[in-house]
Design a binder for this molecule. Structure first.
Ligand SMILES: *[C@@H]1O[C@H](CO)[C@@H](O)[C@H](O)[C@H]1NC(C)=O
Ligand SMILES: *[C@@H]1O[C@H](CO)[C@@H](O)[C@H](O)[C@H]1NC(C)=O
Length: 336
């Protein structure tokens, strides 16, 4: 039914047919999608007709990933009411690889630098072969990778329907503490100190030193938490992506991700994604040298200094990320 344009080019045509057949037969490996535009004009209309049944079996050989998807689906049904309409602006975090039919929603502090490097290798036409040869700052330059928000609505719908969509998440408070440590306790992060630190100190520190007000250095975790839960913060501007909730960055109840990877099981989950993308022989996800802690000890250390009142507020703020991705309320909290 979508073949009319494909006839122009036999290879594309054959490729499209291949995809359509596989797509409806529940495949184990997605191929480049048909190059026809078949969108209906509104992103939401696609999302409502999006067929999950086919995609579920995509992961039949990977039980944990499939159960995670089902749990997410269920949590979305139980905890979200209104169906929001997505606009292209909501899709700025979704990175597109047209060569391998991939969509990756990047979440800062969840191995996103390495995923961006991997996607740069995949989309580079051979310019890069080793992800780690790409400097971290280059991986973050806007424009080195394409995001879904750059496409027209029909192009967006076509990609959402046919591409393998994946996301990586992390225990919300571990991610938050990681963001705090990285952005506020490293002396070299002067831009964050200036941009956010000065504001936090002005609002949440009693009798601040002039130097602290000027530079925004030495923001404490407690001050950072007070800033986060202050209603004024989100009235002024959207939260910075490093501490914005995954729920708001990636819209996991509207976009049906095929794979929900976890930072806590980064290596096997990344391997599964690369296998589904059909590039496991050419590329390995760079994880070496990074010790992944999953015991919650780091966050526990920082939360010791947060009062039950603020712990409760913060838990409420990140509630959806806990629920949607099956993270239980940390034992170290004193919220009751
Ligand atoms: C959800 O979390 C619980 C408790 O950690 C775990 O036993 C269960 O397997 C998880 N479910 C899924 C689908 O990951
Ligand atoms: C604040 O940070 C500066 C460097 O950024 C450091 O030299 C100073 O000792 C810190 N002050 C306090 C009170 O921790």
């Amino acid at each position: 039914m979508k073949m009319s344009r494909g006839r122009l080019f036999l290879a594309t045509c054959a490729g499209s047919l291949f995809v359509l057949v596989l797509y409806f037969q529940s495949i184990t490996k997605p191929e480049p999608g048909p190059k026809t535009h078949s969108g209906s004009g509104k992103i939401s209309s696609l999302l409502q007709t999006h067929d999950n049944g086919d995609q579920l079996e995509l992961l039949a050989d990977h039980q944990p990933l499939q159960s995670r998807r089902e749990l997410l689906e269920q949590a979305c049904l139980s905890h979200t009411r209104k169906r929001r309409v997505l606009s292209p602006d909501d899709l700025k975090h979704l990175i597109v690889d047209d060569k391998h039919s991939l969509i990756y929603c990047y979440v800062p502090k969840v191995a996103c630098t390495n995923w961006k490097r991997v996607l740069m290798v995949l989309t580079s036409d051979g310019r890069y072969t080793d992800p780690l040869s790409i400097p971290a700052n280059e991986a973050h330059i806007a424009g080195n990778l394409h995001t879904l928000s750059e496409f027209s609505v029909p192009e967006i719908n076509q990609r959402l329907r046919n591409y393998l969509k994946f996301i990586f998440v992390r225990e919300p408070f571990e991610r938050l503490v990681s963001a705090y440590r990285n952005k506020f306790t490293r002396h070299y992060n002067t831009a964050f100190h200036k941009r956010y630190g000065t504001k936090i100190i002005r609002r949440h520190r009693l009798n601040p030193e002039p130097d602290a007000l000027e530079r925004g250095n030495n923001v404490s975790f407690r001050e950072f938490v007070q800033y986060l839960v202050d209603p004024l913060t989100q009235q002024e501007e959207p939260l910075n992506e490093h501490w914005e909730r995954v729920h708001s960055l990636c819209h996991p109840c509207l976009i049906h991700y095929n794979v929900v990877g976890k930072y806590e099981t980064l290596e096997p989950d990344a391997e599964a994604v690369l296998r589904l993308a059909g590039v496991e022989d050419t590329l390995k996800f760079p994880t070496s040298g990074k010790r992944i802690t999953t015991d919650g000890n780091m966050a526990a250390r920082f939360f010791k200094h947060i009062s039950p009142f603020y712990q409760r507020k913060l838990l409420n703020m990140y509630r959806m990320d806990f629920l949607l991705f099956n993270y239980s309320t940390p034992d170290y909290l004193r919220t009751r």
